[in-house]
Design a protein around this ligand. Structure first.
Ligand code: MEV
Length: 336
């Protein structure tokens, strides 16, 4: 029988702290029970194949000419980036564990599109690290998987915080503060969040670079803004712990203003966020790297959350039908 390993990895939504977390400030992130699956099947040679199902692939072209084999052209930065995370994760496992390449057929299944700010690249990195190291005979601790997943994101994106790889490895709601090496699980599961997305126009790496350029040009203005962002997140943590939802919502709105100042909020998301507030959200903001992509709203009740989901659909955006994933990454061995 062939050895088959499956890593089931949650995706995530950033409640507060995107971008400023890259400069060491705190963030609050929630793992979502919309799991991405990385399945690896051992081969008898040292060939690696990668297949995906469920991921939307934009700009795919199939060329059929009478005198050659059919060719498929994929003209998309998002798709090549998606493969880069897997390839980089395989090399990092081989380097860290000092092991040789083993042939595997890799299948990636996701019902969320890549690159909209919901942690699919972190989930791919973490899942590949966990499944491939398992196939190599090593069962890594979650802390080690998160650390290596972060290394993957750093090498593919150039800059990345440990936020997304921590959320997708550990699950739950996390308070993270990279400058003090803090990753804490917050024991909160009873808030009503609503998540949606529109297509994203830029990659995370481009948006992180854009903020860095702004900071380089206006350091004396942007550095204090980044510090204020950190204070907003610390206040939000206190509000969450006291279940002061009105306050948490207000802090989300203020944080959205910070992201506007950093230049990463795209028009369509800005409009949706404002409509959600008018429709009764306690707070609403863009989420993730921006440039389109994801947004998150806080609802007062389950019923209000349903109303907000309907508003999102009526605006032509997609709703992520998921709750908090209390359990993080899970590994299953299917064959032997
Ligand atoms: C991307 O999901 C969040 C950013 O803060 C980048 C990062 O933390 O690595 C924009």
């Amino acid at each position: 029988m062939t050895l088959i390993v499956r890593a089931l990895v949650p995706t995530k939504v950033t409640l507060l702290g995107e971008h400023t977390v890259v400069y060491g400030e705190p963030a609050i992130v929630i793992a979502l029970d919309k799991r991405l699956i990385i399945e690896m099947r051992r081969r008898n040679d040292n060939v690696i194949t990668i297949r995906s199902s469920g991921l939307t692939i934009p700009n795919i072209e199939y060329i059929l000419t009478p005198d050659s084999y059919p060719q498929v052209r994929v003209d998309s930065a998002i798709v090549s980036r998606f493969f880069s995370y897997i390839i980089q994760a395989l090399s990092i496992v081989e380097e860290e564990l000092s092991v040789r390449r083993k042939g595997v057929d890799i299948l990636v299944e996701s019902s969320l599109p890549p690159g909209v700010g919901l942690g699919t690249s972190a989930a791919i990195s973490v899942g590949t690290i966990a499944a491939y190291s398992f196939l190599q005979g090593h069962v890594l601790e979650p802390r080690e998987i998160a650390r290596l997943g972060h290394r993957v994101e750093l090498s593919v994106q150039g800059a990345a915080s440990p936020m997304d790889t921590s959320a997708t490895t550990f699950g739950g709601m996390l308070y993270i503060e990279p400058s003090r090496d803090i990753v804490e699980k917050l024991p909160i599961t009873d808030i009503h969040i609503v998540v949606g997305y529109v297509p994203k126009k830029f990659t995370t790496a481009e948006l992180v670079r854009q903020v860095r350029n702004l900071r380089n040009r206006y350091g004396e203005l942007i550095n204090p803004i980044i510090k204020v962002a950190g204070s907003i997140v610390k206040n939000a943590r206190k509000a969450l712990e006291k279940r002061s939802l009105e306050k948490l919502g207000e802090l989300m709105n203020i944080f959205h203003g910070i992201l506007e100042a950093l230049g990463v909020v795209e028009t369509e998301v800005a409009r949706i966020v404002h409509v959600l507030r008018l429709a009764g959200a306690l707070g609403a903001k863009m989420s993730g790297a921006g440039g389109g992509g994801a947004f998150v709203a806080l609802a007062r009740s389950k019923k209000d959350a349903e109303t907000l989901r309907n508003v999102i659909k009526s605006l032509g955006a997609s709703v992520v039908d998921a709750g908090i994933a209390n359990e993080g990454l899970r590994i299953e061995q299917v064959g032997i």
